[in-house]
Ligand binder design. Structure first.
Ligand code: ADP
Ligand code: MG
Length: 452
């Protein structure tokens, strides 16, 4: 049963409750309530806040259940939640990460939505390297030829690597070159909140006209809607309408469509219809280039040893790179001191979540040995079965990433020359781009290492 239909039943249930109680008290406790989910057995009803949820639970739960069962002609359970639960901040990491460019608005008016797109995020100031090249060119293609060949465009990758930047760049480029294009940028969370709002105010028609008359819809962090039945259902229809009208859709997520848990199958297949492009943590050259660009834009001129130190230590996240540069800038501004390696080390100590020196080749080898049940001698040795080579290459890659050993010294551990080490490292880099299972494995290992 569709949720819209279910909500019509729900209105009748509320009317029935008013026959037994004063209409004003039912209105009070059930104000803005709606059916948020139904899995065939349990009807999930969202109340306005915790207080109302508790009151309804204490006073009306049994009657509510009874009336719902009568209305729906069956035996169902009732679960009570709050509206906030519906929009639960599953991805609170995105919310808490500093994102100064998102002007926080209570409720973005439909057509003022553009104001949340920071104009400072362009293709020109996005530094391109091998880890983000495909995503970058795909976004340019979409900005130049909306709904050309790439539709939908699905970008994924860990937080802080430039997905939002690229979406803003698309919007900014369109605004400049095709100012009449109807574009809407929202986050998955915003889409969710707007829809809940529309449902409670009973003006879903407005919501639909807002989302279905667009030339381009960009939804950032779409994983937010996963597991939320009403939202996914509405988004499915939004997607289909736009897609059939040959309008451009761009989505981002922290995971591939396959990896997003509780994502409806029909959405997953649609997300996979166009191009899926990943963004991976920046490789050393790109990190240095981004540091250079960020420092130059602040008018800072960092000595090479400081740049090298930063690029070596701040690895996974471009947002951190920016933060680090700003912190250095502030420190040197306050103290009027030149930025030196020592200053960088002391100012940025909290950016280094781990002391890299603690992670040694032996520790990496032992960890992999335990993880894959393979003796360290085999990892370092000459066996060439697929499994052994997989673990060996993983070890080489991690040792390069986590320690300061030269290629020759890494080679010594494995009894191989430095060109073999380079090709193993490159092999892993290539795999990172193409193999999501491998990536998952790597992420788990890195997470474990990061805890050491
Ligand atoms: P995500 O949406 O993937 O979490 P963001 O787009 O918010 O990441 O990026 C975090 C910060 O890093 C932003 O300020 C962005 O401008 C910056 N950034 C990320 N990648 C790059 C890049 N390749 N070049 C320049 N700045 C970047
Ligand atoms: Mg983002």
């Amino acid at each position: 049963m569709e949720l819209t239909e279910l909500n019509e039943h729900f209105s009748r249930v509320l009317a029935a409750l008013k026959e037994d109680h004063a209409a004003s008290t039912i209105d009070l406790w059930f104000k803005d309530s709606f059916v948020a989910d139904f899995d065939g057995r349990t009807v999930t009803v969202a109340l306005e806040n915790d207080f109302k949820k508790n009151t309804v639970s204490n006073r009306y739960r049994d009657q509510l259940k009874q009336k719902l069962c009568e209305e729906l002609n069956g035996d169902f359970n009732v679960t009570l939640i709050t509206k906030d639960d519906v929009a639960a901040e599953e991805s609170s990491i995105f919310v808490s990460a500093p994102q100064p460019y998102v002007a926080k608005q209570e409720e973005p008016a439909p057509d003022e939505n553009d104001s949340v797109v920071g104009s400072g995020y362009t293709f020109e100031n996005f530094v391109v390297g091998s880890s983000n090249k495909v995503a970058h060119s795909a976004c340019i293609a979409v900005a130049e030829r909306p709904a050309g060949t790439i539709n939908p465009l699905f970008l994924y990758g860990p937080s802080g690597l430039g997905k939002t930047h690229l979406l803003f760049a698309i919007v900014n480029s369109l605004r400049k070159r095709r100012p009449h294009t109807k574009v809407r940028y929202v986050t998955g969370e915003q889409f969710t909140n707007e829809l809940i709002d529309a449902i409670t105010k009973k003006n879903t028609a407005l919501f639909r006209s807002r989302y279905r008359n667009l030339d381009m819809l960009l939804i950032d962090d779409i994983q937010f809607i996963a597991g939320k039945m009403v939202i996914q259902e509405e988004f499915f229809h939004t997607f289909d309408t736009l897609y059939k009208l040959q309008k451009q859709i761009v989505l981002t997520s922290d995971k591939t469509p396959k990896e997003i848990e509780h994502l409806e199958e029909r959405l997953r297949t649609r997300f996979e219809m166009g191009l899926i492009a990943d963004i991976q943590p920046p490789e050393p050259e790109l990190r240095t280039a981004i540091f250079k660009q960020k420092t130059q834009s602040l008018g800072l001129d960092l000595p090479n040893d400081v740049l090298a130190f930063l690029a070596d230590n701040i690895r996974s996240n471009v947002r951190q790179i920016e933060g680090a540069v700003k912190k250095l800038w502030a420190q040197s501004f306050i103290t009027s001191e030149e930025i030196t390696l020592d200053m960088a080390k002391s100012v940025l100590s909290d950016y280094f979540s781990k002391e890299r020196s603690k992670i040694t080749p032996d520790l990496i080898l032992e960890m992999l040995s335990k993880r894959y049940g393979m003796p360290t001698d085999e990892i370092k040795g000459n066996r060439r079965t697929a499994n052994t080579v997989y673990v060996r290459h993983m070890a080489i890659y991690l040792i390069r990433e986590y320690t300061d050993l030269s290629l020759n010294n890494v080679g010594k551990i494995f009894n191989r020359d430095h060109s073999t080490i380079i090709s193993a490292y490159k092999g892993v880099e290539a795999r990172i781009k193409n193999d999501s299972d491998f990536n998952k494995d790597l992420h788990e290992i890195k997470a474990e290492l990061d805890e050491k």
